[in-house]
Write a protein that binds this ligand. Structure first.
Ligand SMILES: *[C@@H]1O[C@H](CO)[C@@H](O)[C@H](O)[C@H]1NC(C)=O
Ligand SMILES: *[C@@H]1O[C@H](CO)[C@@H](O)[C@H](O)[C@H]1NC(C)=O
Ligand SMILES: *[C@@H]1O[C@H](CO)[C@@H](O)[C@H](O)[C@H]1NC(C)=O
Ligand SMILES: *[C@@H]1O[C@H](CO)[C@@H](O)[C@H](O)[C@H]1NC(C)=O
Ligand SMILES: *[C@@H]1O[C@H](CO)[C@@H](O)[C@H](O)[C@H]1NC(C)=O
Ligand SMILES: *[C@@H]1O[C@H](CO)[C@@H](O)[C@H](O)[C@H]1NC(C)=O
Ligand SMILES: *[C@@H]1O[C@H](CO)[C@@H](O)[C@H](O)[C@H]1NC(C)=O
Ligand SMILES: *[C@@H]1O[C@H](CO)[C@@H](O)[C@H](O)[C@H]1NC(C)=O
Ligand SMILES: *[C@@H]1O[C@H](CO)[C@@H](O)[C@H](O)[C@H]1NC(C)=O
Ligand SMILES: *[C@@H]1O[C@H](CO)[C@@H](O)[C@H](O)[C@H]1NC(C)=O
Ligand SMILES: *[C@@H]1O[C@H](CO)[C@@H](O)[C@H](O)[C@H]1NC(C)=O
Ligand SMILES: *[C@@H]1O[C@H](CO)[C@@H](O)[C@H](O)[C@H]1NC(C)=O
Length: 683
């Protein structure tokens, strides 16, 4: 036991000796200049003080200027906030001032921190250019300057830093093109999103074989996606979305077998989706939306069994969708196929019942044809968004949809649906947006019961009849109600007129009766009311003048009568005002001259009389917007007869003319006659 321990002790001594020897050897072999450089901490101090001199931190208030208060020469700089030194010598290895509310510029003297391996100044308000001297930091592995206000080009020296492993310059105002020379032998992550970069993506990027992440989205890069990128076998994340890239997606992308995330959406890409993308067995997210991609979705792609998000919307894709899609992609959360020319049946949606995490399903604006089977009710309980407008969906709305209890948006508009709205839909308590317009739905609108979260109800151009249920007016969050072009009748529920949050109300082209109640003054936030072509009657309440936010008001083609209230002249923001085809009588309120934003005013086909007021609105109205009234006058440019007052003034001016010109000439003729007769008599 003892022997054992002493042996161990001796071993340790031995090791220590060897280490000392090694150390001495190293010291000797190093040049004295090197030693001096490593031990002399004065350049680091000077660099940090130079950095401090060009920045301030905090909200401008000296008391929360952290750097000014903390970076004082009373304490060794290795204890300063954000500064970390090497354990072996007093040299700065890391400067981390992420989220310090820093303002000012980045001092070029930072490049004298020659031991620096990590520089993080993200999420500040630093402005100005990135100093090109930063490219001289020989040990820098991490450079993070994201989320600042930096502008100007990225210095080419930055792209020649052999030590760099990560570079993050996202969300700045950097411009110019990326350096064509890229020498990053150790780089793993490049994130330069959301800047103003132009030009091509450098081909040299393909030489950075250690790359795992490339994020260049949100710039204005042009050119094509280089097929050479297919060689980056370590790549897990590739995003070049939101640029102006053209050309086709190279087939070589299918070689990136480790890739999990591929985002090329929002570009001008053309050509077909290469079938090689089906080789990407680890692919979880594929975004190709908003491009000009054509052809059908390759069958191989439907085999990407780890897929979570697949978005190919807004392209020119054709052909059917694999009916077993849901079986091969059980983890699918987002499927967005909208705005293409995809065709065939909707059977694939039934297979999506296997995707228990499905949250977003978008098939709108394609050429899909068929019925919505009741199986739709067996879709994921997590489904929040279901967009299916603009297809050829016929049959009725399945009652099963009422099971999708997480649904926030349901859009079945612009299809060929028939039948009534199933009452089960009214169980969807979380529903906020419900679009069923432009179908052939009939029956009455069910009482909305529990749907207190509805913000938009849009059912135009169907065959709905009966009355609006009172309960619609009780939906506290209701912002938009569009029931236009139906056969709804009876009176508009009083509760609706006091729905304070309402922004847009369109009940046009129905058969509503009754008058507008004074309670409507409560619609303080309303921007647009369209009640045209109904059977509404009575006087218009002067309360209408309280709707100060309104920009669009159409009451035309109804049976309203009485005077147009003077208060309507207080709708200062109104741009469109149509009261035509009613039985309004009396005069046009003088207050209408105050309506300075109106660019369309129609008072035609009423029983108005009296003077057409003056003011901006009336200076450029056309005759068609005033015609067919009882007895309007004024507005000489529209050739209406002059108003009576103006007739009298003009007749008095005629008298004046008579006195001024006719009388003297008559008098002179008389004088002449008298003289002439005297002259004749004398003869
Ligand atoms: C940093 O180094 C450069 C060149 O070696 C020198 O000109 C400059 O004065 C140094 N800056 C500081 C703050 O020491
Ligand atoms: C820098 O070196 C001086 C003496 O050489 C020493 O007093 C000082 O504490 C050092 N600074 C730091 C931050 O270690
Ligand atoms: C500066 O901040 C560091 C870290 O928060 C702290 O340990 C140090 O005491 C501060 N020094 C001064 C002079 O305030
Ligand atoms: C950015 O900094 C602000 C404070 O300046 C902070 O509130 C915010 O959380 C930071 N954001 C991130 C992503 O760190
Ligand atoms: C890149 O850096 C190396 C040293 O690291 C240097 O020799 C070379 O000249 C630099 N190239 C360019 C184009 O800056
Ligand atoms: C970024 O650049 C744009 C265009 O050059 C300019 O309008 C904008 O003000 C800049 N933003 C900042 C924060 O510098
Ligand atoms: C890539 O950039 C986009 C846009 O700024 C951002 O939303 C995304 O989170 C980034 N991805 C990674 C992995 O950092
Ligand atoms: C990459 O893909 C292309 C086209 O699919 C293929 O011809 C090439 O051999 C692949 N290269 C590598 C390095 O795997
Ligand atoms: C899709 O094709 C049509 C004609 O087939 C064309 O008019 C349209 O511009 C194309 N759209 C895109 C996004 O390429
Ligand atoms: C899809 O995967 C199955 C096995 O999971 C395989 O038999 C089939 O050939 C694959 N299809 C395509 C088009 O790659
Ligand atoms: C929906 O699922 C239930 C239970 O899982 C099952 O009994 C029913 O047949 C399914 N409905 C349809 C139409 O597939
Ligand atoms: C009517 O006469 C008055 C007074 O001369 C004048 O101010 C007004 O512009 C005239 N109105 C019309 C419609 O011509």
């Amino acid at each position: 036991m003892y022997v054992h321990a002493s042996l161990l002790f001796a071993g340790k001594q031995c090791l220590l000796f060897l280490l000392l020897l090694l150390h001495a050897f190293l010291l000797f072999s190093a040049t004295s200049a090197n030693i001096a450089a490593a031990l002399d901490n004065s350049t680091d101090l000077a660099s940090l003080l130079a950095f401090k001199a060009t920045t301030t931190s905090g909200g401008g208030d000296a008391s929360d200027n952290i750097i000014a208060a903390n970076w004082t020469t009373d304490a060794p700089f290795c204890t300063w906030v954000g500064v970390r030194c090497s354990r072996r010598r007093p040299r700065v290895v890391s400067l981390n001032l992420n989220s310090f509310s820093l303002q000012g510029t980045i001092s070029p003297h930072l490049s004298n921190l020659s031991f620096l391996s990590s520089l993080d100044l993200s999420n500040n308000s630093l402005s100005g250019a990135i100093p090109d001297t930063l490219g001289r930091l020989p040990r820098l592995a991490k450079l993070r300057l994201s989320w600042n206000l930096l502008s100007g080009p990225i210095p080419p020296s930055i792209f020649n830093m052999s030590s760099l492993v990560r570079i993050g310059l996202a969300v700045n105002n950097l411009s110019g093109s990326l350096s064509t020379l890229v020498m990053f032998p150790r780089i793993e992550r490049i994130a330069i999103t959301d800047n103003l970069l132009t030009g091509h993506i450098p081909a040299d990027l393909a030489r950075c074989s250690t790359l795992q992440l490339i994020n260049l989205s949100g710039n204005t890069l042009t050119g094509s996606v280089s097929s050479s990128l297919g060689i980056l076998s370590e790549l897990v994340y590739l995003s070049m979305g939101g640029n102006q890239l053209t050309g086709a997606i190279p087939a070589s992308i299918g070689n990136l077998t480790k890739i999990q995330y591929l985002y090329l959406g929002n570009n001008d890409l053309e050509g077909e989706i290469p079938k090689e993308l089906g080789n990407l067995v680890n692919l979880q997210e594929l975004y190709l939306h908003r491009n000009g991609i054509v052809g059908s979705i390759p069958i191989s792609l439907w085999n990407a069994s780890k897929m979570i998000s697949l978005a190919v919307s807004v392209n020119n894709l054709t052909g059917p969708v694999q009916a077993t899609l849901g079986k091969s992609m059980p983890f699918l959360r987002i499927l967005d196929l909208a705005e293409n020319t995809l065709s065939g049946g909707l059977d694939f949606i039934a297979s999506l019942t296997k995707c228990s995490d499905l949250k977003f399903l978008g098939v709108s604006y394609n050429q899909f044809e068929g019925v919505l089977p009741d199986a739709y009710g067996n879709l994921s309980m997590d489904l929040q968004y279901f967009h299916a407008s603009g297809n050829h969906i016929y049959g009725s709305i399945p009652t099963g949809l009422g099971n999708l209890s997480s649904l926030i948006l349901l859009d079945l508009s612009s299809n060929e649906l028939r039948g009534t709205i199933p009452r089960t839909l009214w169980r969807l308590k979380k529903l906020q947006l419900m679009y069923l317009g432009f179908n052939r739905l009939t029956g009455s609108i069910p009482s909305v019961g529990l749907m207190t979260n509805l913000a938009k109800i849009s059912f135009p151009e169907n065959g709905f009849s009966g009355q609006i249920p009172d309960s619609v007016g009780n939906i506290s969050g209701l912002q938009k109600l569009d029931l236009s072009m139906n056969k709804l009748s009876s009176t508009i529920p009083l509760s609706l007129w006091s729905r304070i949050g309402l922004i847009a109300l369109d009940l046009s082209q129905n058969r509503f009766e009754g008058s507008l109640p004074p309670q409507m003054a409560k619609l303080k936030g309303i921007g647009s009311i369209d009640l045209r072509s109904n059977r509404l009657s009575g006087n218009i309440s002067s309360a209408l003048g309280e709707l100060q936010s309104i920009t669009y008001l159409d009451l035309s083609n109804n049976l309203f009568h009485g005077q147009i209230p003077q208060q309507l002249g207080r709708l200062f923001n109104v741009e469109y005002l149509n009261l035509s085809h009613n039985f309004f009588s009396g005069v046009i309120p003088k207050s209408f001259s105050n309506l300075s934003y109106v660019n369309s005013l129609d008072l035609s086909f009423n029983m108005l009389e009296g003077e057409i007021p003056e003011g901006k609105v009336f200076s450029n109205v056309s005759i068609t917007s005033m015609m067919e009234n009882q007895a309007l006058c004024g507005a000489p440019q529209l050739k209406f007869p002059p108003c009576p007052e103006n007739v009298t003034t003009s007749s008095s001016s005629a008298k004046l003319r008579l006195l001024k010109y006719v009388l003297p000439s008559v008098a002179s003729v008389l004088v002449f006659l008298v003289c002439f007769s005297l002259f004749v008599k004398k003869l």
